[in-house]
Write a protein that binds this ligand. Structure first.
Ligand code: SF4
Ligand code: SF4
Length: 368
């Protein structure tokens, strides 16, 4: 049975460092060898100050780096974001400043290797640095996700898909959430992080995972050698059935992941966490699916008062479904595959996902 270690923590560095060191010692930290190359993979989704809860907090990353240095190994902090340059994310998130004086390398995932993950995807190009690391520490942020409900340990590894290959995969898996979750589980199984430590100190609720979400204090760090077990522990904490998170359901369906986990430490009960409105992307009789997708499923919408016409959303959209004029952005809901990547990359929190009134009524009538 997989163990998940839970420690109360705050962004007080002495306290947090102790909690991180304890979790690492209790999981696989002792396996780090002198001079081994340790890749640390935080969630560096977009440029954002730590108080917005968009990225893994710099102190959490720093504590992991110090643990690796303590073992005499070489830490490399890596991720790949399609939302902005790696340098800008490190600067705006405060990560670069937090590491002054520490011997750490920052290296964006840039090159990929083809990894055979079996059916239905066969080969997936995954960051070479992640695949070749001696030891990989996965440091996700606990956040809501408009498409997948939550982004935690398994989902964080989607960052090992380099740059614009990410929207390509969104496009290939389309509106099929199960297919996208299967892809995420395959990536997780290929990368196999040695340890996952979830930053649930200042989490994100509401319309995450970008700036449209709302920071929510919980005050925990949760670590495990098994990212699925860590994700299940988060579900238990938030009152979500473990298989309510699709990546858990798919991983559990494939074994050996199991809902039975051992929690070591005090898991808080959080029962008023705000989730995004996740409604089925397709529902009802098969012959109506096309129509429903186009007209009834929740869709990205823009708050024009917040939009700065910066162009991030239309540059990133994998379906080329966003147009603009000099006053506002416009969505082509026929083309939109409901991946909600635009919500992730919008630097001004102008986008959210909303179900239409017609969609709500139809779903009630169909009792879905
Ligand atoms: S919606 Fe957001 S990302 Fe798109 S143009 Fe407006 S501010 Fe930029
Ligand atoms: S408009 Fe947004 S949700 Fe629709 S396909 Fe483009 S990025 Fe995805």
């Amino acid at each position: 049975m997989s163990k998940v270690f839970v420690r109360r923590a705050e962004y007080n560095y002495a306290m947090l460092r102790q909690a991180m060191f304890e979790i690492m010692d209790l999981t696989a930290g002792s396996l780090i060898q002198k001079n081994s190359r340790v890749v640390i993979k935080p969630n560096l989704l977009a440029p954002a100050v730590p108080e917005k809860a968009v990225v893994t907090h710099p102190m959490v990353v720093k504590a992991a780096v110090e643990y690796v240095l303590d073992k005499g190994a070489s830490p490399v902090v890596s991720d790949s974001s399609a939302a902005a340059s790696f340098g800008r994310i490190l600067k705006d998130s405060g990560i670069r400043d937090a590491f002054e004086g520490l011997k750490v390398e920052f290296r964006e995932f840039k090159t990929s290797v083809a990894v055979d993950v079996g059916k239905p995807f066969n080969e997936i190009d995954i960051a070479a640095d992640a695949m070749n690391a001696d030891f990989l520490i996965n440091l996700p942020k606990l956040k809501t996700h408009a498409q997948m409900l939550l982004t935690l340990g398994v989902k964080n590894l989607f960052g090992c898909i380099v740059g614009l290959k990410k929207p390509e995969w969104h496009f290939r898996t389309g509106v099929d959430r199960e297919m996208f979750a299967t892809l995420l589980v395959k990536i997780y199984q290929a990368v196999r992080p040695s340890v996952t430590v979830i930053d649930g100190i200042l989490a994100m609720q509401g319309q995450g995972p970008g700036k449209g979400g709302e920071p929510r204090h919980i005050g925990v760090l949760m670590g495990s050698c098994d990212a699925v077990a860590a994700d299940i522990a988060v579900c238990k904490m938030l009152g979500v059935a473990p298989d309510g998170l699709l990546t858990n359901r798919i991983a559990m369906g494939q074994g050996p992941a199991s809902e039975e986990i051992e929690i070591v430490g005090e898991l808080p009960e959080v029962r008023d966490f705000k989730f995004p409105d996740i409604v089925p992307l397709v529902f009802g009789p098969q012959k109506f699916h096309g129509f429903m997708r186009r007209h009834l499923v929740q869709r990205p919408i823009c708050d024009a008062s917040l939009c700065k016409l910066c162009g991030e959303c239309w540059k990133y959209c994998p379906a080329l479904a966003i147009a603009h004029d000099s006053r506002k952005v416009r969505f082509d809901y026929e083309k939109c595959i409901r991946c909600y990547c635009c919500l992730e990359v919008c630097p001004h929190g102008a986008l959210s996902a909303r179900e239409t009134v017609t969609g709500k009524i139809t779903r009630r009538l169909l009792k879905i």
